[in-house]
Design a protein around this ligand. Sequence first.
Ligand SMILES: [Zn+2]
Length: 199
Amino acid sequence: MITRHFGIPVTSPGAILRRERDLGTPLGQETAEVLRSGGLVSDKIIIELIEDWLRLHGGHGFVFDGFPRTLPQAESLMSMLTKLRTALDLVIWLEASEKTVRDRITGRLQCGECGFTTSSSSAQFANRPVCPYCDGRLERRNDDDLGVLQTRLQEFRTKTEPLRAFYKKVSVLDRIDGNRDRDAVFSEISRLIEDKTPK
Ligand SMILES: [Zn+2]
């Protein structure tokens, strides 16, 4: 939605790794098991992916979804941006309760081809699970098993939660209530991006 609305390229390490896995690359195979179990892929791998992506696509602004997730990742991002002489305009902390996360995980469908995601409660897709953009098949993500949620929450508390203090210190953190519907969250994110965009 952000790419369509603002023309800013968005990436997430999860999407890159799922594509690598589907292509059967060594990296994809190496990380598939970690993703399946709900763990975090090593900082070294994630940082390399992001560096490559920035080199290819990061020239005119970018959005990372689900990166950085750890302090070492955040510190590497700082030095990458320093090298690129680019400032970090905005960090959004999307806060959602465990119940919200649980409900979303059980109801999420994703296009195997282009990564479009939607909810299985959306009537349009319930009967005919076909992507509206590329006609790819919409399927439940493998790593969306509720059984891995506890591992993810544990990883979040120990490795991601400290980023809140880190980014508060550099004063670019905006908190958004993620327990609302997609449109409400999107319009708040849009407002934050618009405030940062040079007029
Ligand atoms: Zn698609």
